[in-house]
Design a protein around this ligand. Sequence first.
Ligand code: NDP
Length: 335
Amino acid sequence: NRKVVLSRRPQGEIQDGDLSLVEAPVRELKDGEVLIKTLWLSLDPYMRPRMNDSKGYMDPIGIGEVIVGESIGRVIESNSDNYQVGDLVTVYSGWQEYCIIPGDAAMVYKIKEQGAPLQTYLGVAGMPGRTGYCGLMYVGKPKAGETVVVSAASGPVGTVVGQTAKQLGCRVVGVAGGPDKCNYVVNELGFDACVDYKAGNLEADLAAACPNGIDVYFENVGGDVAKAVAKLLNPGARVPVCGYVSAYNVADQSQVETPFHIFGKLDPKPEHRFFLVTEWQDQHQEITALLAGQVASGQLKYSETIAEGLDNAVEAFKGMLKGKNFGKQLVHIAD
Ligand code: NDP
């Protein structure tokens, strides 16, 4: 079993030697256990803060431990009545080719195939998709005619936020890095506009794209984008704080001006709060089915970037934190 472990805590950007690919035999299954072979591994921004030695909303990864992550796997051996050989599941396996779970483990879901490509259950029909959907609907609470802005617009979270807000009749403005991503967001995903924050004219471009101000800002990146948005928020605006990826590689987190600093000092204060997708875990099946159905019918568009094999996972992950990915970043491990 090949796996990627944390050898040393990264200081800032991940360097050679921080993460290592190691090999160990797969042990014998005990009673009640299930052996799962990883087919697709999901790379997600949250994995970077978990490599730090600070307790956030989840415990840090220990030195020598496998890097956390969700994957799609196939059951290849089962000592549990709950799983049969051949079952396809989403499971928090970590970055490894095989994992063993107790047959009653939480957060493992059998995939009910309904025509969406398998790997989308890690992207727009998976955890990031549910994050976008729930954060928008339950924290952002958009109404038809309002202006909704979402950053990291071409990624799986932003893709679902924007297309869901369009379905509700909102004016939807994305923020993304570079002309290719911005063109895609408007021409393929159907947003009304997309601002390239790397073009050097962020504040003016955003103001021009939001002539009626901003009613909902779905926060994925923080930093300069958040500051530009803050100047345009309408009274009564809502800011679901989903993440702030621009700061994830900063070595001294105490120096980061977070979205809570930026939005908390405004007058009037927007309704803003951090949320975790697990707040709506009881709706996992229902929202997964809704999003997978939209993928299958072609209504929900998306893109993905695929790295081949565990050997390329670290480089792909480093690239994603700098925006080298175009859509959901995946690692294909096996068929
Ligand atoms: P993406 O696939 O969108 O990847 C991250 C993107 O962030 C990059 O592609 C890049 O896009 C953008 N980015 C990177 N650096 C910067 C920067 N300095 N300034 C602005 N943008 C930057 O990721 P996801 O869709 O998976 O996740 C989006 C957000 O959602 C993250 O903040 C993540 O942590 C959060 N999240 C939160 C969850 C929760 O429960 N609260 C659950 C899942 C995700 P570009 O090239 O356009 O800049």
